[in-house]
Design a protein around this ligand. Structure first.
Ligand SMILES: Cc1cc2nc3c(=O)[nH]c(=O)nc-3n(C[C@H](O)[C@H](O)[C@H](O)COP(=O)(O)O)c2cc1C
Length: 251
């Protein structure tokens, strides 16, 4: 596929750079009303078929979908290793392997099975796992310690002082190594990365309540500060989505 370029720079690289958050607007006091109205598209004059609210089968786990909510107030329970393991394995891990690693498949769909995403759990509150920044080793379902330390205050600043970080027990950073997908799909592959991050994050959202956890996606973060924290360059590999995770409800 052709890589469209301006002044020799691929458009996806320009888009990535130009959509990075460089600073937060601290002066935003009132929320514009256009940000509050939710729009619904309807075709009032067209014939309609009303759909059932309840699927008849008793095994359909409708609660899983009803309970999918963004949680921003976590309880004081510390993150357990088993919880993190289940979250990572069933959101991003290998769920099918019969031959070589090159045919192994994961919990989320990936365009052309190129798997450009990487996961970095940042542990804030746990007794069983030391605080620090880790990388998820997909092959082993293990986490590799990159940097020891408590990054709660730093992450709080890097997400524009969002209060949820104060009670979160972990922050999951999803990054993308763009070449893995763009070497096959060119500029369009840039889009696929974000679709895949959405699939992966939705897994985290749906699994969390089953484990006594809550989560919240975070799209607003100082990209290159998060990238620096993880020692990635922000071009070939860049953070694209964060999720706060913490104790919530019963297991
Ligand atoms: C891409 C994306 C970015 C988001 N970023 C934030 C964020 O930075 N802070 C936050 O509190 N919620 C964030 N959210 C959560 C939304 O605010 C939330 O999904 C929305 O209000 C609907 O609520 P629900 O998820 O509970 O159904 C984000 C959600 C998505 C999908």
């Amino acid at each position: 596929m052709k890589n469209d370029r301006i002044l020799g720079i691929p458009l996806s690289v320009m888009l990535n750079e130009n959509t990075k958050v460089k600073r937060f607007d601290e002066n935003l006091s009132t929320i514009p009303s256009s940000w509050l109205k939710i729009h619904y598209k309807i075709y009032p004059r067209m014939e309609r078929l009303y759909l059932d609210k309840k699927e008849k089968t008793t095994t359909f786990p409708r609660d899983i979908f009803k309970k999918r909510r963004s949680v921003r107030n976590f309880d004081s329970k510390l993150l357990r290793k088993g919880q993190l393991s289940a979250i990572l394995l069933y959101s991003a891990g290998i769920t099918y392997k019969s031959g070589t690693w090159d045919s192994a498949l994961r919990a989320y769909p990936s365009a052309g099975a190129r798997y450009p995403l990487e996961i970095y759990p940042i542990i804030l509150k746990s007794k069983e796992i030391g605080s620090g920044a880790y990388h998820y080793n997909v092959k082993e379902n293990s986490i590799e310690l990159l940097l020891e330390g408590n990054f709660g205050n730093i992450i709080f600043q890097l997400v524009g002082k969002q209060e949820m970080i104060k009670t979160a027990s972990a922050v999951i950073v999803i990054t993308c190594i763009f070449d893995r997908v763009q070497s096959k799909y060119g500029e369009r592959g840039y889009r696929y990365a974000f679709l895949e991050a959405g699939h992966l994050a939705q897994n985290i959202y749906l699994i969390s309540p089953l484990l006594g956890l809550g989560c919240c996606g975070i799209g607003g973060f100082l990209d290159d500060r998060i990238n620096s924290l993880l020692d990635i360059d922000g071009m070939n590999e860049s953070a694209i989505y964060l999720l706060a995770l913490g104790g919530y409800g019963r297991e």
